[in-house]
Design a protein around this ligand. Sequence first.
Ligand SMILES: CC(C)(COP(=O)(O)OP(=O)(O)OC[C@H]1O[C@@H](n2cnc3c(N)ncnc32)[C@H](O)[C@@H]1OP(=O)(O)O)[C@@H](O)C(=O)NCCC(=O)NCCS
Length: 155
Amino acid sequence: MTARVTRLTESDWRLFAAVRLRALTDSLGADDPQYRQESTFTAAQWRRRLRDHAQFAAMLNERPVGLIGAQQENAETVYLYSLWLDPAARGYGLARPLVAAAVDWARDRQARLVTLRVAVDNTVARGVYESLGFAPVAGNGANARDEVPMSLSVR
Ligand SMILES: CC(C)(COP(=O)(O)OP(=O)(O)OC[C@H]1O[C@@H](n2cnc3c(N)ncnc32)[C@H](O)[C@@H]1OP(=O)(O)O)[C@@H](O)C(=O)NCCC(=O)NCCS
């Protein structure tokens, strides 16, 4: 089993589209508005997303099995979103290096803080984030009851 994490470039847009749509159907279902919207994306829209945000893929035996997105919110803060691993690729310890790659990217960009949100009952994801040093922060967002905002200082 060969595992690695790679940052996707614009020329990887087909791979990105395929794994992103798999993630959305697995997590939300094919009737979800988000899936329905993204399933109509053109090549230009996938490419734009790869330009606007950094997207990292977990590769298992050279097959993409996981994703995480990283968005530079401002000079100091990078927001991580949409961590997902194919159900068949879970439990092999791939999540931590995937998140770590996004954190390294944020650090390389001179960010000071990496933030994310996780569902209160998602103990596996929380465990992954906590193992990398993320800690809950007091949040006052609309979803604060269902989601825990977490952050990690990288400077
Ligand atoms: C969250 C997710 C990416 C984690 O991936 P994973 O492959 O299961 O994670 P790992 O194999 O690295 O396991 C992480 C830890 O959780 C533990 N774990 C995994 N599955 C578990 C389970 N069902 N119950 C309890 N612990 C579990 C592992 O033992 C490991 O702990 P360790 O580091 O002490 O050994 C994956 O479950 C997923 O894609 N879930 C659906 C999408 C999601 O919830 N994304 C997060 C949004 S914030």
